[in-house]
Every structure is written in C-alpha cells, then in structure tokens.
Design a binder for this molecule. Structure first.
Ligand code: GLN
Length: 384
C-alpha cells in the first residue's frame, strides 16, 4: 500500500536503527550476533517465578503512572546506599518502559524548539533524533580518539545562552569508557549557576571494571540538582526484552517530564514492577554484576589476543571496541557487513554513532554472551 499525499518527514536522513539492521543481517546469514547489545543467556529463574507469581495473583492492570511505590522505594534505598543521594520516591523517581523511553520523555518534556543540546559523540543512536523531534538543535562535542576521553574545554565552548541540556553517558555505549570523579567536577563547574540540565545515561551503572567506582552524577550534590539520571533493569537483570527502566530527577524537573511521559506510555508493566520490587532487595545480584562481566571481558580479550584486531580500552558496559586498521581499508559499515556475511560475525560499526559518520575503523562487539559463543566468535575473528 502507498500513501499518495505529501508526506514530509520529521526525521529526513534517518533510516532504520543500526541495531535492527545488524540483527536482521545476522539472522539472515546465521551469523553470531555480537551487534545489538543483549545477553544470550537466561535471566534469574527466581525473577521469572516472581513475575509469574504476580501475574497469577492478578496484578495485570495498569500500574500507577509514575510506577509502583514499593519499587520506587527500593530504588531510593539503593541510590542512597550506593551514591549517598536522597531521592523522594513520591516525587523524584519514575519507572518507565525502558531507558530509551525515559531519555525520550526527558528530552521531549524539557527541550523547547530552538534550544540547544550538547551531545558527546560517539553516542547511543536515540539522543539526536529525540532532540530533533523536540525541535531542539544538537551541538556535537566528541570523545578524544582512541582513549575516548572528554575534553571539557570543548564542551564548555559549545555552551551558549540557548543550551538547555548536556547529555552524558557512563559507562559508555559504544566505547566502554567510564567518566571519573574529576570529569564530574568539571561538568559541575560548567552547569553551576546556569539553567542547564544534565541528562545522564547510566544504564550500565552496575557493569564497571578494574575496581573503578561508578561516578553517578547523583554522587555530586550540586550536579544532582541539575540532573536527570537514567537507569535500566534490562542491563542489570539480563532482561532487555522486558523494557523496564527509570529516571531520577529533582522534583520540579520530574514534574515536567512526567507531564510528557503520561501521554507516551502512561505506565510500565505491572507484574514486572512487583517482581522487581522484591528482587531488588537481593543486593548481591546487582553488586555481583561487575565481577560477572569483568570475567567475560577478560576472557574475550584473551581469546582475541592472537588476532589482528586492536583491542581498545574497556572499563565498563558489555561492549569491546576493536580497531581493524591492520586488516582492511574498507569503511566500517562495509567491513561490518562483510564480517557478517563472510565470517558470520555481526558487529556494530562505530561510525553510526557520529552525526557525520566519522570512521576510525572501529567496530563494537557485545561480549554479553555465554563462553561457548565468545569462543566461537573469537575463533572466527582470530582467523581474519
Ligand atoms: N542498548 C543496546 C545497544 O546499544 C540495544 C539498543 C537497541 O536495540 N535499541 O546495542
């Protein structure tokens, strides 16, 4: 079928998300999917039993718009314990169907047409389209290749009287780098005494390696006053398909975001919220996640040692970036396709995370896979 009227795109130049494209290509060619970020192993059976319990008990209707109070209370306790930050579950914590929707709701609610939003690239692919849909103007800073650190002077230079938001992400997707306390202090200085709000995507907060501590913006009281923190249960509990996340923000900011959010989804999945409220009490689950993934990172890096790929730093998230300069001069999108079709390994080309498709000849590989899959993938990669 075809619509014969004039259809003006709100997102000209935007195609289907790379995650959908590469997952489909991986399926078509029966390749190992290290592209889209999701675990290929089972989540906790106890968690599934809890969801089942609450469904069977009959908790199958709408949850309260901002989320189940018992889950918000658990999140408040966790945030207080880990980051010494106090968020009022009533007015400052909101459950959403996934982190991406929380990001979208925050941008839609806060950005007024003409406002500028500073985005640090490479970055998760939803930020920029969300800014455009809200009528905002993205201003791009970039992580310094190959260490992928932030030059805060560059960020500062982009600040103008029109700046509404600065979006940051730690641990970082796609590069696996993490921000330090010193990064946060520099950011705090930039936003102090301004009306700028920081949107801090911390969905990989529990996946951080080498004894590093996650530097949430909410550890820094002045910065927290300016910030919306995004988190996700999908990453923490190996349940990306459940689409459960939340955001934390000062009361008056939360109020604005909830105004938009209530008309996007109204509420998140009820039985899963009940189950998470109970499961979150077992702190060893999320506190043990870093060690679990660090072992995977170390194993995968060890397996790739004999390959021609250059392993870049990875201090958090479940993504390992690799340079392929020694293997091919192809651009990264073409190379990623060739790798999928000919070598049966699907990856994400990092250029898609830049608005101007900067190609440093780097691919992102997801190592949230069982060891057998990592071994098979590494065997193919070592032989290239
Ligand atoms: N966050 C995951 C990734 O970066 C998946 C995102 C998605 O599929 N939209 O791969």
């Amino acid at each position: 079928m075809q619509f014969n009227g004039v259809l003006k795109s709100k997102l000209p130049g935007v195609g289907t998300s790379i995650f959908a494209v590469m997952s489909q290509l991986a399926n078509e060619h029966e390749a190992i999917n290290l592209a889209q970020g999701f675990p290929n192993f089972m989540c906790s059976k106890d968690l599934i039993a809890l969801v089942n319990k609450y469904m069977t008990k009959g908790f199958n209707q709408y949850a309260p718009m901002p989320g189940l109070m018992s889950l918000r209370e658990q999140i408040a306790m966790k945030t207080e314990k880990l980051y010494s930050a106090n968020y009022n579950p009533e007015t400052e914590i909101t459950i959403t169907p996934g982190g991406t929707l929380a990001i979208y709701a925050a941008i839609e609610a806060l950005v007024i047409p003409g406002d500028e939003v500073i985005i640090v690239e490479p970055c998760y692919d939803s930020y920029s389209p969300a800014v455009r849909l809200a009528g905002g103007v993205a201003k791009y800073a970039r992580l310094q290749f190959p260490k992928y650190t932030i030059d805060w002077n560059e960020v500062k230079k982009l600040v103008s009287f029109k700046t509404k938001l600065i979006i940051i992400n730690t641990p970082h997707n796609p590069t696996g780098t993490v921000l330090t306390a010193s990064d946060m202090q520099k950011l705090e200085k930039i936003v102090d005494n301004t009306d700028i709000i920081v949107l801090s995507d911390e969905v990989y907060e529990h996946i951080i390696f080498d004894e590093l501590e996650h530097q949430s913006v909410c550890r820094f009281p002045k910065l927290a006053e300016h910030s919306v923190v995004i988190s996700s249960f999908g990453k923490t509990y190996h349940t990306t398909g459940w689409k459960m996340g939340y955001f934390l923000a000062p009361e008056n900011i939360t109020k604005e975001i909830r105004k938009a959010y209530q008309f996007m989804a109204f509420a998140a999945n009820t039985p899963i919220q009940y189950a998470l409220a109970e499961h979150l009490k077992r702190e060893e689950e999320y506190l043990g996640l870093s060690a679990f993934y660090q072992e995977k990172r170390d194993y995968f890096r060890k397996l790739l040692k004999g390959s021609k790929f250059k392993l870049l730093n990875c201090n958090g998230s479940y993504f390992q970036s690799v340079g392929y300069e020694k293997i091919s001069e192809m651009n990264d999108v073409e190379f990623a396709k060739k790798l999928t079709v000919e070598h049966k390994i699907a990856s994400i080309p990092t250029s898609v995370f830049y608005h101007n498709n900067t190609d440093n000849k780097v691919l992102r590989l997801c190592f949230a896979k069982d060891n057998e899959t990592l071994e098979k993938a590494a065997e193919a990669l070592v032989n290239i």
